[in-house]
Design a protein around this ligand. Structure first.
Ligand SMILES: C[S@@+](CC[C@H](N)C(=O)[O-])C[C@H]1O[C@@H](n2cnc3c(N)ncnc32)[C@H](O)[C@@H]1O
Length: 163
């Protein structure tokens, strides 16, 4: 029984990472310390609308919700979507995750957008960010910069942009 449980657990882990390869960007959660730093740089206030493009297991969403934000994630990997929804319901957090491509996200109402993606998707995403986001909205990108854009701040591998 215990070995069955371990095998199931390992199987799910394998599927999560196998799917990540298929999706194109692997699931790597933002390190906790950097995630907290990203929250500070985002200057989140209660009621703000915060979006994580490729929300993984929801780490950034839950931290944003703790600050009073309405946190919305877009994630293609069904296991990560399921996990985020489970944790959100257990925590009663103001977190919503949609199993949809991040390129289909509606960004018009967002105050803050987080991204931890690779250079190729960042390049593809850049025009959408600057066309859809309202003036003053913040984009916080971890590790990878947005090609052709100058950040207003850069700290510990975190790039901050203001539209
Ligand atoms: C590096 S992880 C970052 C996870 C999370 N944002 C964090 O910081 O902890 C990137 C995530 O983006 C997701 N992803 C990649 N391409 C995507 C797409 N086109 N639409 C939605 N999610 C995508 C992957 O499944 C993965 O979970």
């Amino acid at each position: 029984m215990f070995l069955d449980f371990i095998a199931l657990f390992l199987g799910i882990i394998f599927l999560v990472f196998a799917l990540s390869v298929f999706i194109g960007v692997p699931f790597l959660p933002t390190h906790k310390k950097q995630a907290l730093r990203m929250m500070e740089l985002a200057e989140i206030h209660p009621g703000m609308r915060v979006i994580d493009l490729g929300s993984g297991a929801g780490r950034l969403l839950f931290l944003a919700a703790e600050k009073g934000a309405v946190a919305i994630g877009y994630e293609l990997n069904p296991f990560l979507v399921w996990w985020t929804r489970l944790v959100a319901s257990l925590k009663k957090a103001t977190v919503v995750v949609e199993q949809r491509s991040l390129y289909q996200a509606d960004l018009h109402e967002a105050d803050v957008v987080f991204a931890f993606l690779f250079p190729k998707p960042m390049k593809k995403l850049a025009p959408k960010l600057f066309q859809e986001l309202k003036p003053g909205a913040r984009i916080i990108s971890y590790v990878f910069s947005i090609p052709g854009q100058t950040p207003i701040a850069k700290q510990e591998g975190i790039y901050v942009y203001r539209v």
